[in-house]
Design a protein around this ligand. Structure first.
Ligand code: PAF
Length: 258
């Protein structure tokens, strides 16, 4: 497995691989890898000749009061997990931005509301870095998790609107046996906080399953839980989506409405 951090080296590899005409799968991540990421990697491994994982904690998608500095960066563990799954190349740059960078990608419809409202500028940072990663790695296929439902919508729209030649593959949310959706941020949770997170996931799944239960019901139930602060609950066309704070940790989750 190759591990590279230089932009020039990444461009050399992707140019050579693009010429081969083979399927190249990209799994973009911010590291602190877990089974959810590995599910994306396995899917890419199945469908593509080469698999690239990028590890980059992208500063432009964090607000000034968010967890950029404390975001976990267990580099050796991440590399070991990638190696075990047969990843061909890990691109882990230290920095992807010029000191005076001034160009951003901004989607202006599906990025509104929900996480877009709670985290101003977040999706502009996501869209910008994802397009940069597409340009640098030149994948035929790119793999994203359904847990970040609004991120998926923003990236889909960007790919469509900017004619990016990549096939997006969206993989269902992976949950721990207790039901909590896997997230790198779960490692911030104390055991008590985790129990609150599990209750959040349980209620969301219950609400999504039953026709009579709706966003209002879920919001009311979540507000009753001590140690949980509701950010939003929203029903989209086909999903029930929610975000909560448990202590300092913000968790998001969503489930298809049956
Ligand atoms: O979902 C993530 O981990 C990040 O938002 C992404 C897509 C890697 C962009 O930094």
């Amino acid at each position: 497995m190759k591990v590279i951090s230089s932009i020039a080296a990444m461009q050399r590899h992707s140019a050579a691989w693009a010429q081969s005409g083979e399927r190249i799968g990209l799994v973009p991540t911010m590291g602190a890898l877990h089974e959810g990421h590995m599910t994306l990697v396995r899917r890419a491994r199945k469908e593509c000749r080469k698999v690239i994982v990028t590890i980059y904690v992208n500063p432009t998608q964090f607000g000034p009061k968010e967890d950029l500095a404390r975001y976990p960066r267990p580099r050796e563990q991440d590399l070991a997990m990638c190696r075990k799954e047969g990843v061909d190349l890990v691109f882990a740059p230290d920095n992807l931005y010029q000191p005076d960078h001034s160009t951003f990608v901004e989607e202006s419809v599906v990025s509104q509301g929900r996480d877009g409202a709670s985290r101003p500028g977040h999706f502009r940072g996501v869209a910008t870095v994802v397009l940069k990663l597409f340009n640098l790695t030149r994948p035929t296929n790119a793999y994203f998790g359904q847990k970040d439902a609004q991120q998926v919508d923003v990236i889909r729209r960007m790919v469509r609107d900017l004619d990016v030649p990549v096939k997006l593959v969206i993989v269902p949310t992976v949950r721990d046996p207790d039901g909590l959706a896997m997230s790198s941020r779960n490692r911030y949770l104390s055991p008590e906080e985790r129990a609150v997170g599990v209750e959040f996931a349980r209620l969301l799944q219950l609400a999504a399953k039953r026709k009579s239960r709706n966003a209002g019901w879920l919001a009311a139930e979540l507000k009753k839980i001590s140690g949980l602060k509701l950010d939003y609950v929203e029903r989209t066309e086909d999903r029930l989506c929610a975000a909560v704070f448990i202590g300092k940790t913000r968790l998001i989750d969503n489930e298809r409405v049956k």
